[in-house]
Design a protein around this ligand. Structure first.
Ligand code: NAP
Length: 317
């Protein structure tokens, strides 16, 4: 543990679109934020959130030709750095928000801060199949809004039986020639209105009591193998896209018992703002949003958090 803790006016935890937008804004407000950006994962060589797992992003305004997810995050980071944000490529291990200054620890360093912006994001739950994460952006997707457009006229599948899976399947019928919903049980968990919508859609087919057990194709998804959960029988399904919609997990373990959160783990913020229940601690991006989950909405809420934070700091002096 470091002998003396480095002090910052603003400490930002997380480096996706929300955290980095908060960094751009607070840096431009001369608050010299430190971004504790996380560590590279097993699938990415840089931190930067879910966009590091995406290939082309076509719906981020300002990039009419599209831009690769990692390049977009690289640009966000460069822009924050240009105005004086600094970065630490480590993970936060522990926080203490019970007294002033607020305290944050990585594995071997301690920091104190007047204010903290939490932008730790969320992750899509995955099936846990071999090469699943390698194929994200190459036929496997966790976001229909982001990637549906790439599957025009193609046959695709959606895994899951909840509201998200139905919503994604219905949305995907705008592009795909056929959408097969794969569910591990024989009835959807989704609400009645969503179930009715799925059943009424002629482009949606169902594979009940089925689990995906294999992803075929090397560089690009070429099909999947299903296992019948009742008979154990295996079957091939020729699809060029697989959308995984089995739920999301916000990255909030660190804040358990520290910040108010929903039962599902999403942080609670005061309506129309980024204020959490702890004064001086703000939350933005997917860690507090289970509805929109888009890079642009995360960036927008990162801007809100920076402005809330800046004004809150001003009022302290
Ligand atoms: P969810 O309700 O937890 O549903 C997850 C689905 O994935 C379930 O059908 C579950 O199967 C299946 N599943 C989980 N793990 C699996 C695995 N390893 N392999 C195969 N299947 C697996 O999650 P969600 O659909 O993301 O919804 C989350 C919350 O947001 C819900 O409260 C939902 O109502 C809400 N939401 C609402 C709307 C809307 O109203 N428009 C849209 C989206 C989400 P089982 O059913 O067998 O457990």
């Amino acid at each position: 543990m470091a002998a003396t803790a480095a002090h910052h006016h603003v400490l930002i935890i997380g480096s996706g679109p929300a955290g980095l937008t908060a960094a751009i804004y607070t840096a431009r407000a001369n608050l010299a934020p430190l971004v504790i950006e996380g560590e590279p994962s097993s699938t990415t060589d840089q931190p930067g959130g879910q966009l590091m797992l995406t290939t082309e992003v076509e719906n981020f305004p300002g990039f009419p030709e599209g831009i690769m997810g990692p390049e977009l995050m690289g640009r966000f980071r460069e822009q924050a750095g240009r105005f004086g944000a600094t970065f630490l490529t480590e993970k936060v291990a522990r926080v203490d928000f019970s007294a002033r200054p607020l305290r944050v620890w990585t594995h071997d360093k301690e920091f104190t801060a007047d204010s903290i912006i939490v932008a730790t994001g969320a992750q899509s739950l995955m099936l846990g199949l071999p090469r699943e994460t390698d194929l994200v952006g190459h036929g496997v997707s966790t976001c229909a809004t982001c990637d549906g457009f790439f599957f025009r006229g193609k046959e695709i599948a959606v895994v899951g039986g909840g509201d998200s899976a139905v919503e994604e399947a219905v949305f995907l019928t705008k592009f795909a020639s056929k959408v097969t919903m794969i569910h591990r049980r024989d009835e959807l968990r989704a609400s009645k209105i969503m179930r009715d919508r799925a059943h009424a859609n002629e482009k949606i087919d169902f594979k009940w009591n089925s689990q995906v057990v294999e992803l075929k194709g090397d560089a690009q998804l070429e099909g999947i193998v299903l296992k019948d959960t009742v008979t154990g029988q295996l079957s091939d399904l020729n699809v060029s896209g697989l959308f995984i919609a089995i739920g999301h997990q916000p990255n909030t373990k660190l804040f358990s018992g520290v910040l108010d959160m929903e039962d599902s783990g999403y942080l609670l913020t005061r309506t129309g703002s980024s204020y959490t229940n702890v004064p001086g601690v703000f939350a933005c991006g997917d860690v507090q949003d289970h509805t929109y989950r888009q890079a642009i909405t995360a960036a927008g809420s990162g801007c809100m958090a920076a402005i809330d934070c800046e004004r809150w700091l001003e009022n302290q002096h």
